[in-house]
Design a protein around this ligand. Structure first.
Ligand code: HEC
Ligand code: HEC
Ligand code: HEC
Ligand code: HEC
Ligand code: HEC
Ligand code: HEC
Ligand code: HEC
Ligand code: HEC
Length: 407
């Protein structure tokens, strides 16, 4: 063999290997690295086709704890009782998957979720009670009186169906009743196929819905010391740690999930995000929740895993001062609207006069922002996006009232 031939042979050989590697790289993990016979069985027949048809989905699934635990595609996609079904390449699949398909194996999480405001109250906030069964209404009203037995939201009606579907409903569907009798879905926080706890612990996951001027939790968090630390240290955190054994070594910086849901060092994991709250902060005038002490103690116990008692007590005292002062400012604005209506200077309809929008923005944007900022470490939200705007709007409203009365 001449040197030239050897060179060509080596060149072609290398090229073939590289090409094979490239082709292999483009193939979904499920085809290239099947870690165990159990895993092949777990993904089974579905994956044979779907690694070609919808490879992203198979890849997402292959990264999940479910794939590691031998859960199959069919475990989720098979119909539960009450679900519409269809035939699919030799399998019978559920037409639509809901929380019920998860609840079969995760009933604890589902039961907690069902008690939270993420369930029925979230959907009723937009659509009122009409989509729920009597039994569902009674269940939710036990935990959150007045939140389901109500009429459809007036603003939603004014804005119309098109906006409703892609606006209000995209966020509030977290608690939409399903035709199989269950409520809501679990995939808003866990995604459908990676079903990840790391994803659910990301602030951005909650921030999909908890954002904007009316509930600026993600903006407040990003501004807070916790958010800034998270951003700079997230590569050192163990976001995949099991909730059952999660320690402050895994997560020395809290995300939304840590404070509101996580089972940090012996605390119970909860899917009832209401459990650790003590005030109805989203309300125009905030009052204490019925389980004020229990809720506050539960949250303080979380803070105390990382902070000293004096720090935590001081933090809560200062935040509660903001609740009281915001209540007083909002009350003044609401009283003014009530007086104008009584004097016949406003129509009884909501949202048809500019001053009504001002009053709404006043509590719904600035009042809430101030209170949420106070409890989650957002100074700018307490001040410039909050109290400054409250003052400005009250002055403007008084000016309009004066003009209306002069006429
Ligand atoms: C013989 C090949 C094959 C097998 C086996 C197979 N699928 Fe499919 N599946 C397909 C094709 C093709 C589509 C359509 C993809 C598209 O529209 O691009 C599809 C679509 C789907 C859809 C979307 C249906 C819709 O209309 O929204 C789901 C869900 C699904 N398959 C789940 C499964 C599950 C779960 C299994 C195993 C129990 C499975 N498939 C087995 C080929 C297959
Ligand atoms: C943990 C439960 C779970 C497992 C396991 C699971 N799926 Fe799904 N899958 C879902 C959910 C939830 C949806 C959304 C269905 C809906 O909205 O009705 C979905 C949707 C789909 C779709 C339609 C997605 C789209 O965007 O078009 C396909 C295709 C699919 N699954 C295939 C598979 C295959 C293949 C496997 C196994 C490799 C699998 N699924 C395993 C829960 C699961
Ligand atoms: C057939 C039973 C079964 C079904 C159906 C099922 N799961 Fe699971 N799930 C499991 C098992 C088993 C584990 C692994 C438990 C472990 O490792 O401790 C698990 C783990 C999880 C985890 C923890 C993941 C992690 O990284 O530790 C989440 C989150 C989860 N499931 C969500 C869901 C959601 C959402 C659905 C519905 C879309 C669902 N599961 C459907 C059995 C199931
Ligand atoms: C970006 C996601 C998102 C959109 C879009 C959205 N909301 Fe909300 N909404 C939320 C979140 C998150 C809360 C919880 C706020 C809190 O507790 O601080 C909330 C709270 C509420 C509340 C107060 C809680 C209650 O049960 O009374 C009402 C009412 C409400 N939304 C109605 C609507 C209506 C009506 C629309 C459309 C006109 C809408 N929302 C659009 C995410 C959204
Ligand atoms: C798909 C949208 C969506 C996602 C994602 C979401 N939420 Fe919510 N959340 C809502 C809505 C809507 C409400 C208000 C429900 C109501 O009271 O009407 C709410 C309410 C809350 C409340 C107030 C409960 C109460 O009793 O007042 C807390 C706390 C909360 N969410 C925390 C979280 C956390 C933490 C995450 C992420 C792990 C998260 N949420 C993810 C939509 C969402
Ligand atoms: C350091 C802990 C901590 C972190 C991190 C945190 N929160 Fe909070 N959150 C609180 C406290 C404390 C309250 C007020 C509790 C009370 O009512 O006593 C609160 C209140 C809320 C409320 C208000 C419910 C109402 O009554 O209006 C929502 C919604 C919420 N948080 C969502 C989030 C989201 C989303 C994130 C992440 C972007 C987040 N929180 C991050 C501690 C935290
Ligand atoms: C608001 C976001 C959110 C929703 C909605 C949600 N989860 Fe979770 N889930 C989380 C978070 C965050 C964790 C991790 C808790 C922690 O850090 O300790 C978690 C953890 C889990 C775990 C692991 C629990 C353990 O102890 O190992 C399972 C299983 C699970 N979720 C299932 C579900 C099911 C089923 C549903 C629907 C009924 C659901 N989740 C809905 C955010 C959510
Ligand atoms: C998982 C641990 C953890 C939890 C839970 C936690 N924090 Fe923190 N927090 C930290 C860390 C770490 C810092 C930065 C501390 C430092 O630099 O000394 C911090 C900083 C702060 C700061 C800013 C201190 C400063 O001046 O720099 C405040 C205020 C605060 N936390 C309040 C709270 C409150 C209130 C809670 C409960 C609602 C809470 N934290 C929950 C870890 C946590």
């Amino acid at each position: 063999m001449t040197f030239r031939n050897v060179f060509i042979a080596v060149f072609i050989g290398t090229a073939l290997i590289v090409a094979a590697m490239l082709i292999n790289k483009a193939r979904p993990i499920i085809e290239t690295s099947q870690p165990s016979p159990e895993y092949v069985r777990a993904s089974g027949k579905c994956a044979e086709c779907h690694s070609r048809e919808t490879s992203a989905i198979v890849h997402q699934f292959s990264m999940s704890a479910h794939a590691r635990a031998d859960i199959t595609c069919y475990d989720c996609h098979s119909p539960e009782s009450g679900q519409e079904e269809y035939a699919h390449n030799g399998f019978t699949l559920a037409k639509e998957l809901t929380a019920l398909n998860c609840a079969r194996c995760h009933s604890t999480e589902y039961e907690q979720f069902k008690k939270s405001r993420h369930a029925a109250p979230a959907w009723a906030a937009v659509q009122g009670e009409s989509d729920f069964t009597l039994e569902q209404i009674e269940f939710a009203e036990k935990y959150h009186p007045g939140t389901v037995r109500r009429t459809a939201n007036k603003l939603a009606i004014v804005e119309g169906a098109g906006v409703l579907a892609l606006g209000c409903e995209s966020c509030h569907a977290i608690g939409k009743p399903n035709s199989d009798g269950s409520i809501g879905n679990c995939t808003q926080c866990h995604a459908r196929h990676s079903t990840s706890i790391a994803l659910a612990r990301q602030p951005a996951t909650c921030g999909q819905c908890h954002m904007g001027p009316d509930h600026s939790q993600i903006e407040i968090y990003n501004e807070s010391k916790h958010g800034v630390l998270y951003e700079s240290q997230k590569s050192f955190l163990n976001l995949n740690a099991s909730p059952k054994t999660l320690t402050t070594r895994d997560m020395s910086v809290p995300t939304c999930a840590t404070c509101h849901m996580s089972g940090l060092e012996g605390m119970n994991v909860t899917h009832d995000v209401t459990e650790r709250l003590s005030w109805w902060l989203f309300a125009a005038i905030s009052e204490k929740r019925p389980n004020y002490t229990m809720g506050q103690d539960a949250m303080k116990n979380i803070c105390l895993k990382c902070h000293a008692t004096t720090q935590v007590e001081k933090f809560y005292e200062e935040a509660e001062v903001v609740v009281h002062s915001t209540n007083a400012k909002v009350q003044e604005a609401l009283d003014l609207i009530a007086e104008l209506r009584q004097e016949g200077l406003l129509t009884p309809e909501p949202f048809d006069e500019p001053i009504e929008f001002m009053a709404f923005d006043l509590w719904h944007y600035y009042g809430r922002t101030a209170k949420h900022g106070a409890f989650m470490g957002g100074a700018d939200f307490v001040q410039w996006h909050g109290n400054y705007e409250l003052l400005l709007h009250i002055v403007e409203m008084k000016q309009i009232a004066k003009e209306l009365r002069a006429k």
